[in-house]
Every structure is written in C-alpha cells, then in structure tokens.
Design a protein. Structure first.
Lengths: 120, 138
C-alpha cells in the first residue's frame, strides 16, 4: 500500500514537472485535482502544497528558458505587477456567482485560443 | 519619438492589464498561467517560447506571497511537497529540454492541444457538478 502510494507520487511529480517544463504552465491543474482525488487531501492543503511544488519546477524550467535567452524581463515584470493587483482583486471581491461567469468566459476563450493555435 | 513612446507606453499598460486578468483567474484556481501565455501570444504577438518564459517570471513573485500565507496557515504538507518537487525537477528538466529543441510552430500547436484538453476537462467538471447538484435537489 505504501509502495503504491509512492509510485503514484513519483508519476505525479514527473508528469507535473514535464508539463511545467514544456509549457511553463499547467502543473497546478495536474497537482491540485490529483492531490484531492488520488491522495484524498483536503482542498486548501492541496492548493497550498501544489504551489510549493510548482515554484520548484518553475525555477528549474526558468533556468533552461534563461540560458536560451527566452526571458523578456520587461514584459515579465509588467505582467507580474498586474498579477499581484489581480490576485488581490480576485481574492477580495470575487463572489461565487461571478466566479461561475468567469469560468464560462475562461472556457470560451480557451476553446477559441486552442482552435487558433492548432490551426495556425 | 513621441509617437513611439506613446505606443510603447500603451503596450506596457496592455501587459499590466494582461497581468491583472491572469491574477484574477489564478485566484479562481483555473490556471492564470495559460491565460497569460495565450493573451501575450495572441494580443501582443509575443513568440511562444518568450510568452512561456514570461509566465515563469510572473509566477515567482505572485506565488511567493501565497506560499508564505499558506505555510502560516499550515496548508502545506512539506513532506509531500519535497517528494513531488524532487521528481518534479526531473520532469521539468525533460520538459524544458524538449521545449528548447522544438520550433515555435510546433510548440504553439502542442500548446493549443494542451489548452483543448484543459477545456474538455473543465466542461466535464461543470457537467459533473451540475448533475451532482441536480441529484442533491431530489
């Protein structure tokens, strides 16, 4: 039983890391549901733990992107400034109802972008 | 010169706004990073590799605050985090190495398929939630 649990964690870590490295995003979308459904963890702890794991993966991938000269510091810092404001706004004012609308908007946008990128 | 400056300033503002939108989405747990990368490539014409790298820069400061809060509130399982992170590093090295070798068109296509997968998964979750809520009503 313990062994099977460890194998789950190894596969999880490698796949989340792989996606994080390849696309520089998406690790959390693998880890959070996996923690909740596979490892039976509670929601808050899953999110908190996944953040730490992803930070480690992001720093690792960042090294590769940096070495290949793909980092645009100007854009990165501007986006990060906005991101901090957005994160604060989201945490402060987001209500359940607007979250549903946001989800539908996010989804529509996602489908549009994926279509555009696949056919590009 | 003045015009160029103005355009540059406009671009800067657009990038900050993209950050704001992504930050809000991040808070809902739907993946602000994917939105950030998609918006940067589509509205700003930024190359896929660079857009992805931007998300890495974006993630560090925005997540560190959240991580500190989560550690304070005891919402981090450090033992699990270290196991996952260890194997995560191996995965990230493999993934990032491939990303460095793949050309832009291919990476963009792969990213598109990845987004489609996330979209399908989200729709599935919404339908499942809807069915569950209907069951609760009965």
């Amino acid at each position: 039983m313990i062994k099977r649990d460890l194998i789950k964690k190894i596969i999880l870590g490698i796949s989340a890391g792989f996606v994080s490295g390849l696309f520089a995003t998406g690790g959390g979308m693998i880890l959070v549901p996996a923690f909740i459904y596979l490892l039976k963890m509670e929601d808050k702890k899953s999110r908190g733990t996944s953040l730490v794991c992803i930070l480690v993966m992001v720093v690792t991938s960042g090294f590769f992107y940096y070495r290949n000269d793909y980092i645009d510091w100007n854009t990165g810092i501007l986006c990060a400034v906005g991101g901090i404001v957005g994160g604060f706004l989201g945490a402060k004012f987001l209500k359940k109802v607007s979250e549903k609308i946001l989800k539908i908007m996010f989804l529509s946008f996602l489908i549009y972008v994926s279509y555009k990128m696949i056919t590009s | 010169m003045y015009v160029i400056e103005k355009i540059e300033r406009g671009r800067g503002l657009a990038k900050i706004l993209i950050g704001v939108v992504s930050g809000i989405i991040t808070g809902t747990g739907m993946g602000g990073g994917t939105i950030l990368i998609a918006l940067l490539t589509i509205t700003q014409g930024i190359e896929q590799h660079i857009a992805q790298a931007t998300n890495l820069v974006f993630f560090v400061p925005t997540s560190i605050v959240a991580i500190i809060m989560n550690i304070k509130n005891k919402n981090v399982d450090l033992k699990l985090a270290s196991i996952i992170s260890f194997f995560g590093i191996i995965g990230a090295v493999i993934g990032a190495s491939i990303a460095m070798k793949v050309d832009v068109r291919m990476l963009k296509k792969l990213f598109g398929y990845f987004l489609a997968l996330i979209g399908i998964n989200e729709i599935y979750t919404i339908i499942k939630e809807y069915i569950n809520s209907k069951k609760m009503e009965q």
